[in-house]
Design a protein around this ligand. Sequence first.
Ligand code: ADP
Length: 157
Amino acid sequence: MKAIYPGSFDPITYGHIDIIKRASEVFDDFTVVLMNNMRKKPLFSADERLEMIKEATKNLNVKVDLHNGLLVQYVKEKEIKIAIRGLRAVEDFEYEFEMALANREMCPNLEMIYFMTDIRFLFLSSSMVKEIAQFGGELKQWVPQMVEDKLREKFQM
Ligand code: ADP
């Protein structure tokens, strides 16, 4: 069955990678889709984020794609019926709930499926790693080495 995992991945973290590993074992046609829609002003360009996703998933059975625009446009165009999201704490639930209801209005055939975070990554987010990188903190338990290198490069440390 086909499914996608949309997100901004700015940058990809072990939290995302854990979801990708687990979901790609459930769905045999699984695509990570970088949604480049400027909702949050990204630190990394779409190309940089795409490259990091590709590198981080190169040994997994997943495809990687880029979409400039909204999730609903992508799923209609590609006839996708399932989108995966990850859930951490209650804040994620509220946000995801709102998004899912809004998306259903526009795209009633799309089902969202949620994967609970691994407890190790409960507090991990892309914003957290950017903040740690900015202040020169330890990153190796949160992101792969090449993402750490890119972060250090951005913050010139
Ligand atoms: P978006 O801007 O679309 O929320 P993100 O890259 O921040 O994109 O997140 C993409 C998805 O991955 C979201 O569903 C988010 O909840 C999930 N996610 C992010 N970090 C983690 C984590 N540490 N554990 C589980 N899910 C996560």
